[in-house]
Design a protein around this ligand. Structure first.
Ligand code: ZN
Length: 106
């Protein structure tokens, strides 16, 4: 007869909720005046979370490179700029130029 399954999974390991992110979000956006620090244009928190111009938090030093969720390592970025920077091989200058073309006419 086997023992019951022990409930010894550490909660801190089992659940990693993005609470720090949520807590810092407003502070970072206000510190940066809702300006995307990748392309220097204004973000718009009223457009809806799926829109390109929605403000997100970008890790200056990426998490995979050891960056943390400290305020110092977070900056405001358009949703579009943030994801473009994540996938771009050409770096921030390229994203910046593309973003300015994209958002300037709106
Ligand atoms: Zn931007």
């Amino acid at each position: 007869m086997r023992k019951g399954i022990t409930k010894s999974i550490p909660h801190s390991m089992a659940q990693r909720r993005p609470t720090t992110h949520g807590k810092h979000r407003q502070a970072v956006l206000e510190r940066d005046d809702f300006i995307c620090l990748i392309c220097d244009l204004l973000t718009d928190p009223d457009v809806g979370t799926t829109a390109d111009q929605y403000p997100t938090l970008d890790h200056i030093i990426r998490v995979v490179d050891g960056g943390g969720d400290d305020l110092d390592n977070l900056r405001t970025a358009h949703k579009w700029c943030n994801s473009a920077l994540n996938v771009s091989l050409f770096g921030e200058g390229w994203v910046r130029a593309r973003a300015q073309d994209r958002f300037r006419q709106s």
